[in-house]
Design a binder for this molecule. Structure first.
Ligand SMILES: *Cc1c(COP(=O)(O)O)cnc(C)c1O
Length: 435
């Protein structure tokens, strides 16, 4: 497998290089030079396979020899060791629960696969890899738990003090081993600025082998295709052949992976990109003008993104043609009040509790179904996180019904191991140099 940069199609790098660099030097994004199509036999027989079996076939097809089959099989089995069930909540409305991994968010798929791929490519005697990651909550937990105990890798997570939920903080700070957590007296943007500066600091670059683990890494995108195929497998078993996916979108990595799955031959009727009021993409599809905006804070805060970093990948897959893109992608945006109403409605009518991000995808699916009443396709909205990660937004009576999964309960008794720092770069740099 070779990858080019979206800014320079002449460039070709092997998969290993794309994984360790995350970004090409020209600040484009890595894309596979060729998107292979899966055997149609395999697609029509998807219903016969398990999630790890599907994941392995999809991965070996796209990686095209970059990792030998035996090793890839081991990576997939170790990384994708939890379920992604499709739950029917009403007629032709299904929720794809992607929150059954260790951090209770879909980012576990990407983070666990990436960590194992990085570890696989680190050769004996190579310098320790230092992963620096800034998080507003979900990314940090997935990356911390993904890399926990992975040899020859150390992870340093920066998170904004007082701005992550109690469960997120437990997931970030109770790990120990090769995971360090730093609580920054500032905002998520301050955390991100510190990480960016560290990557450009000559002394730090000399002393450490720094890498980022953010959502633009190609090894996070690939494993997110697996659950689209697996959702379709579950629909086939229930007698459905047509599907519409609604995806809660912030940086557009999740839906980008869905579109990649479609390019690889997954028959999808329509993708719905569901955003909160950070509506850069819905506005672009409407007007043809892509206008990045400063992000606005909402209850679905993992989607508070004004300039989605994976958008160039999506445009690249469609050769920059908005009309072509609009044949498969429709976008919708909703505000906090609508989000809360949706949570209440689905709780009342279907007895199901959704996190705020998931609620936005449900709203988009409802709207699409309303506009296409004769359509027989099965609707699938993706649930990107367990509701217990966002306790503040639920009315008390709904909050009281949320069952906290065992893997989180178990963290409650553990010591909190975060270091506190200000938002100045010098303190952060001294911390890194000392360790
Ligand atoms: C990260 C995240 C999203 C947004 O996913 P993108 O791939 O950035 O579009 C949505 N919901 C939750 C819960 C998340 O953590």
């Amino acid at each position: 497998m070779k990858l080019y940069s979206t800014n320079n199609k002449e460039l070709r790098v092997p998969f290993k290089e794309a994984v360790f660099n995350s970004l090409p030097a020209d600040k484009g994004l890595y894309m596979p030079e060729h998107i292979p199509v899966l055997d149609p036999e395999f697609i029509s027989n998807l219903g016969k396979y398990t999630l790890p079996e599907i994941a392995f076939q999809v991965a070996r097809t796209i990686l095209n020899g970059a990792i030998p089959d035996n090793d890839l099989q081991a990576i997939v089995n170790d990384a994708i060791n939890f379920e992604a069930p499709l739950v029917e909540i009403s007629d032709r409305v299904n929720v794809l629960e992607l929150f059954h991994g260790p951090s209770l968010a879909f980012k576990d798929f990407g983070a666990r696969f990436m960590s194992r791929v990085m570890s696989y490519f680190l050769e004996a005697g190579e310098k320790q890899l230092d992963v620096l990651v800034a998080t507003s909550g979900d990314t940090g937990g997935a990356v911390a738990l993904g890399f926990l105990g992975v040899p020859n890798v150390r992870v340093t997570i920066l998170y904004p003090k007082g701005k992550v939920s109690p469960i997120q903080e437990l997931q970030l700070t109770t790990n120990g081993q090769n995971i360090r957590a730093i609580e920054i007296d500032g905002t998520f943007d301050d955390c991100q600025a510190l990480v960016k500066r560290a990557f450009n600091d000559p002394e730090l670059k000399e002393k450490f082998r720094l890498t980022s683990a953010n959502s633009i890494n190609i090894s996070r995108l690939i494993p997110q295709t697996f659950y689209y195929f697996n959702a379709y497998a579950q629909l086939l078993r229930r007698g459905f052949k047509e599907v519409v996916f609604s995806v809660p979108s912030g940086n557009f990595g999740n839906i980008g992976a869905g579109l990649l799955a479609w390019k690889m031959g997954l028959p999808v009727k329509q993708f719905l990109a569901a955003t909160n009021v950070n509506d850069t993409v819905p506005a672009f599809l409407r007007t043809g003008v892509y206008q990045a905006k400063p992000s606005v804070q909402t209850w679905s805060n993992a989607m508070d993104v004004g300039d989605p970093s994976n958008w160039v990948r999506i445009m690249d897959m469609f050769g920059g043609d908005r009309d072509e893109l609009q044949k498969v992608l429709t976008a919708y945006s909703y505000n906090d009040e609508e989000t809360l109403e949706a949570i209440k409605q689905v709780h009342t009518e279907n007895g199901y509790i959704m996190c705020p991000h998931t609620a936005i995808a449900w709203l988009a699916l409802k709207q699409w179904k309303n506009d296409h009443q004769a359509d027989e396709a099965a609707g699938v909205f993706l649930s990107t996180a367990h509701p217990c990660k966002f306790p503040d937004i639920f009315p008390e009576e709904i909050g009281a019904e949320i069952v906290i999964p065992a893997q989180v309960k178990e963290l409650e008794g553990r010591d909190r191991l975060a270091v506190s720092l200000g938002k100045d770069f010098e303190s952060f740099k001294s911390f890194l140099l000392a360790g």
